[in-house]
Design a binder for this molecule. Sequence first.
Ligand code: ADP
Ligand code: 5GP
Length: 221
Amino acid sequence: MAHDASSPAPTPADSLHRRGLMFILSSPSGAGKTTIARRLLAEVPDIAMSVSVTTRPMRPGEVDGKDYHFVSQDEFDRMVEAGEFYEWAHVFGKSYGTPKAQIRAELKAGHDVLFDIDWQGTQQLYQKAQADVVRVFILPPSLDELNRRLIGRGTDSAEVIAARMERAQAEISHWDGYDYVVVNDDVETCFAKVQQILEAERMRRTRQTGLIDFVRELTQA
Ligand code: ADP
Ligand code: 5GP
């Protein structure tokens, strides 16, 4: 990957082969995980978004195949039957699922995969791929601020916002099923923290599969 003058020059260890990791961002709706996810995708190399399948209607500005694969309930049920999901769950009365094919290809290529999924999906992925999963939970600074953000986003009706607020406390109660918890007060600070978590997890010895040969060379001199 090319680097510019604003980023540090890669060290030999940066270019070693490593196992891709599954980086999960969860939060109550409106806390800011989509905002943080978009920044990660735009600014951090070698990470791809897992595009979920959903039966919920498309929001203004969303793109089919980029934000989600939007499908009918019949098509979703067919995919469940055919075993095409890594995990799936009901959220806000709609179905959401993580399709297997894209993730397998990204991990095989040594890319990390970013997931915007809820606590149910997080538990299922963790059970299936514990060693490869990093779980990050994003909290809002307060419930009032969460409400303001849901209104300010301007994508949901008052009824939907009320339902999301009602569910927020139940979602927050799953905070202890995560490896890291970050409060999204200031977006820059939150993004920097999440990026640091990703960078540190990438350096875990067990993920750096190219280290054995590299260290062997260093120690054979
Ligand atoms: P989620 O994906 O968790 O539902 P979003 O990323 O869509 O949340 O954020 C909800 C709204 O809050 C958006 O309008 C976003 O621009 C805004 N937002 C996100 N982070 C912050 C922040 N730290 N301060 C103020 N507004 C924010
Ligand atoms: P939204 O409708 O706001 O895009 O997402 C609603 C909730 O569904 C969010 O908490 C989001 O993380 C979750 N979600 C999105 N995709 C998936 C998925 O594939 N699996 C699971 N379990 N949850 C998902």
